[in-house]
Design a protein. Structure first.
Length: 367
């Protein structure tokens, strides 16, 4: 293997592919990136056995096609440290990868290409295309609610629901729920439900932009594969049953108020400074035309702030984890937010005034 490539052409795919590679590995080869050179195409592959990403780029000159695996993080750090527009020559010499650029020369260890694992090609049963922007917005609107290391492993990911004319993303960690749906022109019979692991979602969204260009999805029994531009992304699916989120959405809340989103977020952020660091609880006092936000902590420090809202109805006092409320306000992109409450023990429903693509459910806290 021997080829030349510009720093910029190598760095963008390498940065994304290296993001998939785990630092702490059980198999040494998993901390490497697989480089395959064929004609003028260079393919870079990174995997952690759960998620695989292949990025393709074009070499400026190929002297010898071939393949090698080299340490991903070191190769990326070397490329980043080289000057802009530098020309890089990479070759395999006596079992080591030698990188030359200008007056610099780096020799990197390699591991046998045969050891590099391949996420098996499961036969894709369903193929469809979605606009990149739609998929990105769905993930952006809901991903904050995914669980991180829950024993209920099926919560450590996102439910993607695809049916004819509609795609929906759902995430929950048991304390809050985010649901976002968008109409799209797709035909899916029967409807598909898949749980993509947390890491898969976070890596996939890095490949997406707000464009209309399609990302093509292949849905298999145990994998989802996405093709977008020069990248092919594959993730294993979580084998489990996602909770019935329809049952969690509160119905029949009679206390509905509307507030300015940015103002409410600032009030909650300021009040949270004096909340209990462990439980992050704040109390909301709802009254006609006014919402009072209060917090205190074991040092008996207190914060209290009021905000004008659109509301006429009975009063209510209810507690929440302030971080959950702020996450929702960050995810909404309307200027105003509507919140529906029933009583101190029932979940709150947050959405755009009059509804919208996304809805959020936050469980209350006893304070």
């Amino acid at each position: 293997m021997k080829f030349s490539i510009s720093r910029e052409a190598l760095l963008r795919p390498l940065t994304l592919v290296a993001g998939v590679v785990e630092r702490r590995q059980t198999l040494p080869v998993l901390s490497n990136v697989l480089i395959q050179v064929d004609q003028d195409q260079v393919a870079l592959t990174g995997t952690d056995l759960e998620v695989e990403l292949i990025g393709r780029t074009v070499a400026s000159q190929v002297d010898e096609p071939g393949a090698a695996t080299v340490p991903a993080r070191k190769l990326m750090d070397i490329c980043k440290s080289l000057p802009d527009q530098a020309e890089i020559q990479l070759s395999l010499e006596e079992g080591r990868a030698v990188l030359r650029s200008g007056r610099s020369r780096f020799t990197l260890s390699t591991l046998p290409v045969a050891e590099f694992p391949n996420i098996e090609d499961s036969q894709g049963s369903v193929e469809l295309a979605l606009p990149r922007g739609v998929l990105k917005q769905l993930i952006d609107a809901t991903s904050f609610a995914m669980a991180q290391q829950d024993v209920r492993y099926y919560l450590n990911g996102m439910l993607l629901e695809l049916r004819s004319g509609l795609v929906r993303a759902v995430a929950t960690d048991g304390h809050r729920l985010a649901v976002c749906s968008r109409p799209v022109e797709i035909e899916v019979e029967p409807a598909q439900k898949l749980i993509v692991p947390r890491k898969g979602i976070l890596e996939l969204v890095r490949l997406l932009d707000d464009g209309e260009e399609p990302v093509s999805l292949t849905l298999g029994a145990s994998h989802i594969r996405a093709h977008t531009g020069d990248f092919t992304f594959t993730s294993k699916l979580v084998d489990g049953k996602f909770p019935d989120y329809e049952r969690v959405v509160p119905r029949g809340g009679d206390k509905v108020f509307i507030a300015e989103r940015a103002e409410l977020r600032q009030v909650l952020s300021r009040t949270a400074i004096l909340s209990n660091e462990k439980y992050r609880g704040v109390r909301l006092h709802l009254a006609e035309g006014n919402l009072k936000v209060m917090a205190n902590n074991p040092e008996q420090e207190e914060a209290e702030e009021s905000i004008a809202i659109e509301y006429s109805g009975p009063g209510l006092e209810i507690g929440f984890n302030v971080g959950y409320l702020i996450d929702v306000l960050n995810a909404l992109d309307e200027d105003r937010v509507q919140m529906t409450l029933a009583d101190p023990n029932s979940s709150a429903l947050m959405e755009e005034p009059g509804g919208g693509d996304a809805l959020y459910v936050v469980m209350p806290m006893r304070l």
